[in-house]
Each structure stands twice: as C-alpha cells, then as structure tokens.
Design a protein around this ligand. Structure first.
Ligand code: NAD
Ligand code: DAU
Length: 350
C-alpha cells in the first residue's frame, strides 16, 4: 500500500504517521505537509529515517501540484488531516480556512477521483478526518451521534462541515471509496501551545496568567491523541465505504475543571505548594459564538470496530505534562523565533 497522509507534521497527523510507519513496515507512508506555523518536522524526528517513510512539502490548495503528485505516485489510499485547525484563528481570518479546509479537500478528492476512475482496483480508500464541531453545540443533555444534523457555528467548523459534505458527495456521485470520522477534543504530546491545554501547561511553567474564556463553563470531551490515532487505524482498515464514525472519550469536563486539575498536577510536578498555580487563572472575554458543550457518543465505533479509549483523563494529562516538561527544547522552539509571531497571538480578535 502507498498511503498518502496529509498534515502529518501537525499534532494528530504526526501521531498517525508514527503509528502507520512503525506498525506497517510493508506500506509506504507519504507525509504531505505545507509546514505552516502548526507543522513541525521535529514532531517526527524518531521515524524520519525509516525506509517506508517519505516527507513531501507542499500545499493542498495547489491543484496542479496535487494532480501531478497523484500521477507520479499513484497512491492506494489517502488519510486527510491537513487543515487550519484553530477556532480563534478562523474568527480572525475565515478565508484561510476556506482555502485549506474546503478547496484543499476538494483538490485531493478530485485527484483521488481521477485515479479511481482510471483504475478502480488500485484506489482503496479516501479517509477524511473531521471534528465533532460540525454538529454545533449541545445543551446540558444529550450526545452527538453519527446522525446528528450538522449545525456549525464558527468559520472553522463551517469549513470542516463543508469539506465533510464534499467527501460524502464524492462517495454518492462518483462512488469514491470514502469514510469520515468526527472526533472530539484531543490532547497529548506535540499539541501546539495555542490550544487550551498546552497553552496553560506552558503558561504555568512560566508563571503566566491562564486565560479562561467567559466563566469557564464550556464543556469539551477530551481524548488522548494516541487513542484517536488508534481509532483512525481501525476505521481505515475495517470501515465500510461511505460510513461515518464518531470518536470520543466519554470524558466531559468544563474548561475551568480541566485547568484546576492541570494546576494541581503541575503544583506537584514543579514542587510548588498546593494551590499556587490556581492563582494564575484569569477570566477573560469570551470567544465569539463559543459553543457551550460537545460530547460524543462513540457506541458505533466501540461496538462495530471494537475500539475503546485506553487512558483515564488524569493519567493522560499527567503523561502530557511530563512530556512537555521533558521536551523544553520543542516547546521553546515553537514559542520563539520563527513561530513567535503566530504564537504570541496576533490573530486573537475574539
Ligand atoms: P494541526 O493544526 O496541529 O496540524 C495541521 C497540519 O496541517 C499542520 O502540519 C500544517 O502544516 C498542515 N497544513 C495546514 N494547511 C496545509 C495546506 N494548505 N497544505 C498542506 N498541509 C497543510 O491540526 P490537528 O489538531 O493535528 O488536526 C488535524 C486534523 O484533525 C484536522 O483536520 C482537524 O480538523 C481534525 N481534528 C482535530 C481535533 C483536535 O482536537 N485537534 C479534533 C478532531 C478533529
Ligand atoms: O472538538 C474538536 C476540536 O477541538 C477540533 O476540531 C479543533 O481543531 C481543536 O482546536 C479543538 O477546538 P476547541 O475550540 O474546542 O479547542 P481549544 O483548545 O481552542 O479550546 C478548548 C476550550 O477552551 C474551548 O471551550 C475554548 C476554551 N479556551 C481556549 C483557549 C485557547 C479558553 O478558555 N482559553 C483559551 O486560551
């Protein structure tokens, strides 16, 4: 199998690339990434010299480049993760999200469709990695299932919803063998420190304020990133063409409770007196259009494909904190130098 993984230098993509390169030595894994501020080849330094791994720098928005790439390599499958992924950035610059998330996805679909048309048997799978945010927001009760109606609220989730619709349209219209998964919030190593958990880990480390939007009452359903990568592996290999799976941790937390737990874990790890880090919590202006609650029902995935999350949240969060504290160089590199302009939040216009 020649598998093209897009966005493999990003947070989740790097875990998926690592898993596939190590687990499937007889498959050739191609990682296509533009290396935006969120893409970092240091995320993959442990596997970069493996014989079944190839990195390709490129932009999925460039249709000519994508078509040539498919003609040259004749990939047997695509796992598509490349995206603009941060909601706050999408509020400041929606078009960047339309280009990469919508047009980039359609460019990949077109190239895969052409190859599938020429040789049906050789193209096995177009796997589109999506988000629970396409379903909008929940009240106090209920869970998102695979049949929940789409109701996106941010430019990010609108662009991901649009890309999901295109993937389904290519399955229905051209029979392109496509699958989609919609996952809840991930956390773990290599998470870019603009997102809530790694931002707060870095700020606690540096004794900086922990910005909590609104009252911190919004709820997210957190999943350890390696569990997401395992789910992608199972779905990639076992799902039926045209199917959708929700992936989530059954692990709902209000933002304020997540950050309080993080503060307690880091009090211990940094040998600070209990309660020290909590004093850094600072309530700030809410995110515009801030979805109140996400929660995933992953029963279909658990029952049909026998996947389940492996880690309890406190254990996963402790592992994550340890990783950041042991990888200071990675953290310093992504928060300084070339990345500083992005990291320091020139985009933050909530
Ligand atoms: P990320 O921002 O960490 O990584 C995105 C990667 O895509 C980066 O390496 C970046 O360089 C690359 N990229 C961006 N634009 C590109 C372009 N035009 N051409 C080629 N490469 C480009 O994102 P992530 O958090 O790892 O998310 C990966 C995917 O998973 C996204 O599709 C996202 O919507 C989805 N998702 C994320 C989460 C989460 O909690 N982070 C949850 C569910 C689904
Ligand atoms: O649900 C899946 C989605 O999770 C993915 O599709 C997105 O790519 C990913 O970025 C994530 O989106 P969120 O907006 O939920 O993640 P973020 O880490 O930005 O925010 C988590 C919660 O914390 C959210 O309610 C907003 C809040 N928040 C975030 C930041 C960055 C704060 O209170 N303060 C902050 O500084």
């Amino acid at each position: 199998m020649k598998v093209l993984i897009t966005g493999g230098a990003g947070f989740i993509g790097s875990h998926v690339v690592r898993l596939f390169v190590n687990k499937y030595p007889n498959s050739q894994i191609y990682n296509l990434d533009k290396l935006t501020y969120a893409g970092n080849l240091a995320n993959l330094s442990d596997i970069e010299n493996k014989p079944n791994y190839t990195f390709i720098k490129g932009d999925i928005v460039d249709a000519g480049f994508i078509n040539k790439l498919f003609e040259e390599h004749k990939f047997n499958a695509v796992i598509h993760l490349a995206a603009e992924s941060h909601v706050d950035r999408s509020i400041a610059d929606p078009l960047a999200f339309v280009f990469t998330n919508v047009i980039g996805t359609v460019n990949l679909l077109n190239a895969a469709k052409e190859q599938f048309k020429k040789d049906n048997a050789s193209f096995k799978r177009f796997y589109h990695v999506s988000t629970d945010e396409v379903y909008g927001t929940l009240g106090d009760m209920g869970l998102f299932t695979e049949t929940t109606a789409y109701d996106p609220h941010s430019p990010y989730s609108a662009s991901k919803a649009s890309s999901d619709h295109f993937v389904r349209a290519y399955f229905d219209t051209y029979k392109l063998p496509a699958v989609i998964s919609n996952c809840s919030n991930n956390y773990g190593p290599y998470h870019f420190p603009e997102k809530l958990i790694p931002l707060c880990i870095n700020n606690i480390k540096n004794n900086k304020p922990l910005p909590i939007y609104g009252k911190g009452e919004n709820v997210r359903d957190w999943l350890f990133v390696e569990d997401h990568a395992r789910a992608i592996d199972v779905i990639f290999h076992k799902a039926q063409d045209g199917s959708t799976y929700n992936i989530g941790g059954h692990n709902e937390w209000t933002n304020i409770d997540v950050i309080r737990l993080l503060c307690r874990i880091m009090d211990k790890k940094l040998n600070r007196a209990e309660g020290t880090n909590e004093k850094l919590i600072t309530f700030v202006k809410d995110r515009a259009g801030h979805d109140l609650r996400y929660a995933i029902d992953s029963t279909k995935l658990q029952n049909e494909l026998e996947w389940k999350p492996s880690l309890q949240f406190e254990e996963g969060l402790t592992k994550t904190v340890e990783w950041y504290l042991n990888n200071e160089e990675w953290l310093n590199n992504v928060t300084s130098g070339a990345y500083a302009n992005y990291y320091e939040g020139q985009y933050v216009k909530r």
